[in-house]
Design a binder for this molecule. Structure first.
Ligand code: SAH
Length: 400
């Protein structure tokens, strides 16, 4: 059933004491198991939320399908949802204007972290990429308001919707294809920290860049030297930033399409006094095993794997995976070498990650000195009340 476009809350959802306490504690999600009354509420409705005694707690977006039934959008009654969303988008844009530097590519809205649950908008120069992750955000009236506000404030040449079929399935939304919502341009170039990248809005399963790593690229470049290895390089984000500072750079990824774009990106940035980057298509685990047993040595190694822990259940296996990678990298670093190691799994805490590194260094018989403990770029804000908004860890360390 398609979501009903509702502008003001005409339904009320009552929460269990545990659900109400979550909201009183500052979180914005309530799970279905804590919804006491709420049957037959249309998917994607704007709802008034109360505790079990009927005391108002605010206004939320309701999902009839997700385990997260309630996403709080305001502590107050809301009478005009499209107007509220337009205000929030304008506020998210001015937040970036104050904090984002050296780029024309950044996350414009980051869902809960911008009080816009289920709306992610990325900007790549003159193109915008929109992801809609909840029933309420999928309604026609909300889509119209969102596109109108983005158009007014950012004047993009085009707006593309990127569809993740799994998300639509979880939210019981009808399948849609990724497509243009406005304009006709689908390719552009963007820049970060003075490095240029290609962007194809409608190609591949994940297009665009890992914008959350933008500030970590610049940080890594400060310490990188000598021979560098960028493992899980995707379209070359770290490798391209290292090239001006290193004598040799090798990027490794298992995705050939990603490496093809990486090579085109390298051509965009090539300078005579810089090494040509070598791209290797390989499984990172196999390659690191081969290289470390044949005693290859590097001065700078980047590890930026995909999320190994998709849920809490995967924690132990994920930590073993991280440890294997980090152990091998540590063995391959020359004294004075730099390790830049990342995890984008929310379920791995900063403490888990550091403990894994400590134990890898011990096993590799190396000493690690922490240079920087970093996280996601400022355009991916972290809401302290909503721990799920903090997910990226990036440790930069010197090895001896
Ligand atoms: N460092 C990149 C982002 C990495 S995303 C950047 O800053 O842009 C993770 C990458 O790991 C993806 O490109 C994916 O293709 C690659 N990948 C996943 N599993 C892999 C494996 N076993 N071996 C090598 N690459 C892998």
């Amino acid at each position: 059933m398609p979501p009903t476009p509702v502008q003001s809350a005409s339904n009320t959802v009552k929460l269990s004491p545990r659900g109400a306490n979550r909201l009183k504690d500052g979180h914005v999600w309530v799970y279905r198991s804590d919804v006491v009354s709420g049957e037959s509420i249309p998917p994607g409705s704007l709802v008034a939320v109360t505790d079990h005694r009927g005391k108002p707690l605010g206004t939320a977006l309701y999902s009839s399908s997700s385990q997260i039934a309630i996403r709080l959008i305001s502590n107050e009654p809301v009478t005009d949802l499209p107007a509220l969303l337009r205000e929030r988008i304008a506020a998210a844009i001015s937040y970036r204007a104050r904090l984002v530097r050296d780029t024309d590519a950044y996350r414009v809205t980051f869902s809960e972290a911008d009080f816009l649950p289920g709306l992610i908008v990325d900007r790549y120069n003159d193109l915008l990429s929109v992801q809609i992750l909840t029933q309420a955000m999928d309604s026609a009236v909300v889509r119209e308001a969102v596109i109108a506000e983005l158009g007014l404030r950012l004047k993009p040449a085009a707006v593309v919707e990127r569809v993740d079929p799994r998300v639509r399935d979880l939210e019981s939304l009808p399948l849609r294809q990724s497509c243009l919502l406005h304009g006709s341009k689908t390719a552009t170039t963007f820049a970060m920290n003075g490095i240029r990248f290609l962007y194809e809005a409608l190609e591949g399963q994940k297009t665009g860049a890992f914008l959350d790593q933008r500030e970590n690229y610049a940080a890594a470049a400060q310490y990188a030297h000598g021979e560098a290895l960028d493992i899980f390089c995707y379209q070359g984000g770290f490798a391209l930033h290292l090239a001006p500072h290193c004598s040799r750079v090798t990027g490794v990824d298992s995705s050939r399409p990603a490496l093809e774009v990486a090579d085109q990106n390298a051509a965009l940035n090539r300078r005579d006094n810089q090494p040509e980057i070598e791209w290797i298509e390989a499984n990172a685990f196999d390659l690191l095993r081969d290289y470390s047993t044949s005693h290859r040595q590097y001065d700078t190694i980047i590890l930026d794997p995909p999320p190994f822990a998709k849920s809490k259940r995967d924690l132990e296996a994920a930590l073993r995976g991280y440890k294997e990678l980090n152990l091998r990298a540590l063995k391959m670093l020359r004294p004075g070498g730099i390790l830049v190691t990342c995890s984008c799994s929310f379920h791995i805490s900063q403490a888990n990650f550091q403990e894994m590194l400590r134990s890898a260094a011990l096993d590799a018989d190396r000493t690690l000195r922490l240079i920087e403990l970093r996280g996601q770029a400022k355009d991916h804000p972290i809401l302290l009340n909503v721990p799920e908004t903090a997910y990226l860890k990036c440790v930069i360390a010197a090895v001896s």
